[in-house]
Ligand binder design. Sequence first.
Ligand code: SF4
Length: 345
Amino acid sequence: MKMEYNGCRWLDSAIHFERKFVSDCCKRPSIGSGMPKLIPDFNGGPIDWEKLFKIKHDRIKQQKEAIINECKGCEFLSDYEYKMEKKISDFQFSQCKLCNSRCVYCAPKGTFDPGYNVYPIIKDLIEKGYYKPGGEAIFQGGEPTLMTNFEELVDLLASNGSRLRILTSAIKFSPKIEEYIAKDNCLVVISIDSGCKQTYKKVKLVDKFDVVCNNIEKYARAVKDPYNLMIKYIIVPGINDNIHEIDLFFKLMKKLNVKCVAIDIEDNYARVYNYKNVSPHIYLLYDYFIYLAKKNNMPDVTHYAYIQYLADLRTSKPSKLIKYKFLYNLYAKLLNNKKKNIKYT
Ligand code: SF4
């Protein structure tokens, strides 16, 4: 019988700030509803930490009996052993929806709400002794560099012992990101989703390709470990789901001196359409991307969970034959022909 894991470090020691609530995590599992709520209605202000830990610990006790609805089907469930300390070590900040980009796949569209100031909340948590160093602080959004007190919050968490992960559009250059990637304490993730100005504009709906390339180049010069500058390609059907664009993307990465890339679909966007808006060529594009990454000496491509989820759904195994020229040519032909619903055999 398949072992059912019930461990999750997010339930144990993490906090996620959303625009209108606080939860244990920001995950949306394939079956459960995800994001177990800690404070269902929140718009900033002081948090009663004792009350919050009581909710966390009661939830863990429940989870040990049977997987709670929110966590059903989550890929983060593991054999993790709960510690049930009154400590937070991992943070996710999604409360600020301000953004300088207008990506077609972004949800919720057009809110661009600045949200609440999270800095005094984290300061209070640290001062009251509920903080544990050694975890990760993930800044997402919206655009994190536009968050109130972004620099102060980054300094506060880094100086106390958190590692940083910042997901930015790179439209605004951040000397703070530059500082921490140079100190080897930050992973910066930038979705450029294209290899040229025209496609960038179609995905992002802003004309900032040159600015972003310039900023990526500056980060590439500053970064101590090149794997801490990750450039992402989110596949958007009908816009960048073709091999020509992926070719251009890898040429651009070489020019900008980037060594680390990621491929993804945008899960919120895909979910809204029940994954029906995912490119019919997704597996071929995925394999082609991996093929080019290897060819360009970038062996460790990150594919985010949802690509993996889709990859798991396909009946056959990912092709190892892509390395052979004849199959590569066949893929190239299929992709160029824009043939729909190709069966992966
Ligand atoms: S199991 Fe998944 S949904 Fe549940 S708290 Fe952990 S990460 Fe979140």
